[in-house]
Design a protein around this ligand. Structure first.
Ligand code: FCB
Length: 461
């Protein structure tokens, strides 16, 4: 696609003078975010059990070009030099996820000491380099053994996830203070079990409600376990969010936007805040009752120290009679002639500002951490250089929106760029590159992109 700089308006790549790191305050946390399955590789190494993505990637047509994450970025063997890179770029926080099946190959029961050792080494290396480790407990890679028992459809997952949380808290809680329980539970329920675009590839609208409910129960229960086990813990959960605009001011489109907002933005934060599911805007959700047990509303509550917001794009929706249950459809960004990334995601920094405001308006939300934000573009490598001005501009615009929110008193306390390096982008395989660092997947060579160099200059400003 055409270089986005031609249609991203506002600031240019050189325009660093308008804002600097110091504007965010000395306490603001700057990090890069990653996920185990996307970078580690070594899927058959040191006793790791299979996860649902290993199985899914073997199914025909599920991952673009039939790619898989058997090797990915080989982070399992290269974590020391990759962490060195994090340090050189100037980030002081590193977000990574734990592969559940590396720790508990069968999902429950026997602990794989080699898995614990890997994460201990990784954590210790972070600390040695002056980088604060942030653990995500669940970034989509359910042990296959648990999927065989029903996975997120089975309410027993609350006890499986509790066991896993406790193992991690005991093993790592002496050195790790910052914990993110779930990564984007909406993607698990929506893409994993409803549309089937992600692992485990289950399809059907009736899967949605039990999966949603079990995720929300796990989110709170795991928070309680971390609170009890980890001294001084800073506990959050990370939700995807997109500001939703109605396509017109018609009552039908406005209601459609409210339904989309309930699903995309309210679904997992409101139960944690004790508000239940957002049935007011989306009555279908009331059918979750059949999966609820007495006392569940209370069990869904947990007083998180922070909510992780992951915002990449905004959406425009309109009413549609052709889409049963949702009764809406998205008006794709490419049809609206707005700036987009190579994923077709609308670039809308103002949407970031609006969604921060929306979450900050909940009285129960304490801190907000932007736990992911970033963009894929079609990077071109010229010898040992990758110039990606579009990505730099994307970061600049979104950071300015966050700064604006801070200046308005919104308690956004940190920012994690997605992501350190190009990696296995789920169903997109290796085609979508989001990294500040380019990876040559044939040689595992790393090349810091110009956006990475911009970010490190910015972090010194
Ligand atoms: C988020 C995921 C992350 C990555 C980015 C591009 O939804 O949490 O793993 O895929 O999108």
């Amino acid at each position: 696609m055409a270089a986005a700089t031609t249609h991203i308006s506002g600031i240019s790549e050189q325009d660093e003078s308008q804002f600097c790191r110091a504007d965010f305050g000395a306490e603001f946390k700057w990090g890069v975010a990653t996920a185990a399955y996307q970078i580690e590789g070594a899927v058959n190494t040191d006793g790791r059990g299979d996860c649902i993505w290993d199985t899914f990637a073997k199914r025909k047509g599920k991952i673009k070009l039939g790619q898989n994450a058997t090797e990915a970025c080989d982070f399992y063997h290269r974590y020391e030099s990759d962490l060195q890179l994090v340090k050189e770029l100037g980030f002081k926080q590193f977000r990574f996820s734990i592969s559940w099946s590396r720790i508990l190959p069968q999902g429950t029961g026997t602990v794989n000491e080699a898995g614990i050792l890997f994460y201990n080494n990784l954590i210790n290396k972070c600390l040695e380099l002056g980088i604060e480790p942030w653990i995500t407990l669940y970034h989509w890679d359910l042990p296959q053994a648990l999927e065989n028992r029903g996975g997120w459809m089975n309410r027993d997952i609350v006890s499986w996830f509790s066991e896993y949380t406790a193992v991690c808290a005991k093993a790592f809680g002496d050195r790790v203070r910052c914990w993110i329980v779930l990564n984007e539970p909406m993607a698990v329920a929506g893409l994993g079990y409803t549309t089937g675009l992600h692992a485990p590839g289950k399809k059907g609208i009736w899967n949605f409600l039990p999966v949603m409910h079990h995720l929300a129960l796990c989110q709170a229960e795991s928070g309680r376990i971390l609170r009890a086990e980890v001294t001084n813990a800073y506990i959050g959960t990370a939700v995807s969010c997109s500001y939703v605009y109605p396509n017109s001011s018609s009552a039908a489109d406005v209601r459609a936007a409210k339904r989309a907002d309930a699903l995309m933005n309210r679904l997992f934060v409101e139960p944690a805040l004790g508000l239940g599911y957002p049935v007011d805007a989306f009555p279908f959700l009331a059918k979750v009752k059949r999966y609820m047990q007495p006392g569940d509303l209370e069990k869904l509550r947990f007083d998180f120290d922070f909510i992780g917001l992951q915002n990449y794009f905004s959406v425009v929706v309109k009413h549609s009679y052709l889409a049963p249950v949702l009764w809406l459809k998205e008006v794709p960004a490419i049809l609206r002639n707005v700036p987009v990334t190579s994923m077709g995601w609308e670039i809308d920094p103002d949407g970031m500002f609006k969604i921060l405001k929306q979450f900050a308006a909940y009285p129960g939300v304490r801190d907000i951490i932007v736990s992911e934000n970033g963009a894929a573009f079609e990077d071109i490598r010229r010898e040992d250089k990758v110039d990606d001005p579009d990505r730099t501009v994307y970061f600049q615009q979104y950071l300015k929106a966050i700064l604006r929110a801070r200046k308005e008193g919104i308690k956004v306390k940190g920012y994690f760029a997605w992501t350190l390096m190009d990696n296995f982008e789920w169903a997109e395989g290796y085609l979508a590159r989001f990294g500040l660092v380019f990876v040559d997947f044939k040689t595992q060579q790393r090349i810091v992109k110009s956006s990475g160099r911009w970010f490190s200059r910015f972090l010194k400003s």
